[in-house]
Design a protein around this ligand. Structure first.
Ligand SMILES: Cc1cc2nc3c(=O)[nH]c(=O)nc-3n(C[C@H](O)[C@H](O)[C@H](O)COP(=O)(O)OP(=O)(O)OC[C@H]3O[C@@H](n4cnc5c(N)ncnc54)[C@H](O)[C@@H]3O)c2cc1C
Length: 471
């Protein structure tokens, strides 16, 4: 008689959840796999700036789950998890459905918090999903159109001012992108690009405080100034209220108002409230997991990404961590299915990447080497394009190809103090340049062969977009 299994349920289709599902499917996992996600599309958050600017298309950065999972063994259910009952091994959904599971993966990410700031929920826009990125794009274009028709110069200045609350990585990357992009858009409409103002409002004096990118501070500060319009940095500015047309803040014991046509809130995250109801320990709202990413009292439940932490090996809340954890959970679930024990998860921090404008970025390899400017931008974009789940869907190895080229092959350098050693910095830059140049040379010499061999990686498309081939 054939044995029937309860499915493996995955709650949340972000980096941790989606990649758990995709990797399980690639491993021919025999249990049914059900992915429950409240939205219909996956948001590739590191590339939302490119969606906003139009540098990348929504089908790349904001694809539908149905399309991503077509042909896989994953069943996608668009619904919201409402309660989790670990003792009964059961989840209830907003639709009223009840799902029993044999294994559960909690990958619900985090939520935005406004720290009870009056007016923030009403008047500030968010930038955490594809939907929000597209709404912001539409809003900004509307503001520029309004401005171009406005005679009153004070009102026009207000319409073309953007206030971004929070100088963490998302606030900074957004500010840099808009400070390059808005002057172009406004100029195309016939506006005076010098009128555009992008202001970054931050509670403390420090940017990137406590963030994994904090050692990039100097590079970032220079980049903020070097944009098409330089970004205004309002520091020691505690936002007290958001109005429909501006931000009120306390600075040097005085209340100030920044008139702005667009206000974007990037300042805080809070735990997913659903997880706080579970009878398990948490650390500042993140579920405490074992090194194998299981809940200590419920080993059939795994948790990963922004909503979980291993106290002994804490990891930053980043996509690259969530992605690797998703893959590791799939591996461990497969081991459990084969009657083998789960094994501890090794996360390899391959460095960090930041967008610092339309054509500028920084790739920080192993916290030792910084590759800046256009090369940094190319490395960042190429690395993330390889992680797009479309390619993971084709074959999991594609997701790691260029990332490995860029980060892992240089591992022998990783113990050296490259950041302080100019010649090694130069060597690393040249090496990265060669890695980028090799496909260009191949494409020029053997265009057909290049296309045939690498079309599955997305690299030909990327190169064609960045440097169109000579005709
Ligand atoms: C603008 C921005 C830029 C970023 N840039 C980078 C970067 O350059 N590099 C980097 O490494 N990291 C970056 N990050 C951080 C990174 O995106 C997160 O760390 C990562 O997405 C965490 O993955 P996750 O799976 O834990 O959570 P998420 O990706 O947030 O996924 C959680 C999912 O759960 C779903 N969900 C929540 N509650 C429910 C429910 N009750 N029922 C059903 N579904 C639910 C959500 O809709 C969501 O799809 C960025 C984040 C933002 C916002």
């Amino acid at each position: 008689m054939q044995q029937t299994f309860h499915p493996t349920l995955i709650l949340g289709g972000g980096f941790a959840g989606l990649f758990t599902a995709l990797h399980l499917s690639h491993q021919n996992y025999s249990h049914p796999i059900i992915l429950i996600e409240q939205r219909d599309r996956f948001s590739f958050k590191p590339l939302l700036y490119e969606l906003l600017s139009g540098e990348l298309h929504s089908t790349q950065v904001y694809p539908r789950y149905e399309e991503l999972l077509a042909g896989s063994s994953v069943t996608f259910v668009q619904d919201t998890a409402k309660s989790i009952h670990p003792h009964q091994r059961r989840v209830t959904l907003a639709s009223g459905k009840v799902c029993d599971y044999s294994n559960l993966v909690l990958a619900l990410g985090s939520k935005t918090t406004y720290f009870d700031t009056p007016g923030a929920a009403e008047y500030a826009m968010l930038f955490t999903s594809g939907k929000e990125a597209m709404a912001l794009r539409k809003h900004l274009q509307h503001r520029l159109h309004q401005a171009i028709q406005t005679q009153d110069s004070e009102r026009r200045r207000q319409l073309v001012t953007v206030a971004i609350i929070g100088a963490g990585p998302a606030g900074i990357e957004l500010a840099c992108t808009l400070a390059d992009l808005l002057p172009i858009w406004y100029d195309e409409l016939g506006g005076d690009a010098d009128e555009i103002r992008v202001a970054l409002v931050n509670r403390s004096r420090e940017i990137l405080k406590g963030d994994v990118n904090s050692h990039l501070r100097c590079t970032v500060q220079r980049a903020l100034k070097r944009r098409v319009v330089s970004v205004d940095f309002l520091f020691d500015a505690a936002v007290t209220k958001i109005h429909a047309d501006g931000v009120e803040y306390r600075q040097h014991e005085q209340t100030q108002i920044l008139q702005a046509g667009t206000i974007v809130w990037t300042a805080g995250t809070a735990p997913n409230p659903l997880l706080m109801e579970l009878p398990v320990p948490n650390n500042r709202g993140r579920l405490v997991v074992t090194p194998t990413l299981q809940l200590p009292d419920f080993p059939e439940i795994f948790a990963a990404g922004d909503c979980a932490t291993d106290r002994d090996h804490p990891q930053p809340t980043t996509a690259q961590v969530a992605y690797q954890q998703g893959k590791a959970i799939a591996h461990n679930l497969k081991r459990l299915e084969e009657g083998k024990p789960a094994i501890p998860v090794q996360i390899q921090m391959r460095g960090t990447l930041m967008k610092l404008g339309l054509n500028e970025g920084v790739a920080n390899l192993f916290n030792k080497v910084q590759i800046k400017g256009q090369p940094g931008h190319l490395i960042r974009e190429a690395t993330y394009l390889q992680l797009l789940p479309n390619s993971a869907h084709n074959r999991k190895v594609t997701t790691e190809w260029l990332t490995d080229e860029l980060f892992q092959r240089h591992r022998p350098f990783s113990h050296m103090q490259l950041g302080q050693t100019p010649w090694l910095y130069g060597v690393a830059t040249v090496a990265a340049g060669l890695i980028l140049a090799a496909p260009l040379i191949w494409r020029a010499a053997e265009p057909m062969q290049f296309q045939q061999n690498l079309s599955w990686t997305g690299v030909p498309t990327l190169l064609d977009r960045l440097t169109p081939p000579a005709r």
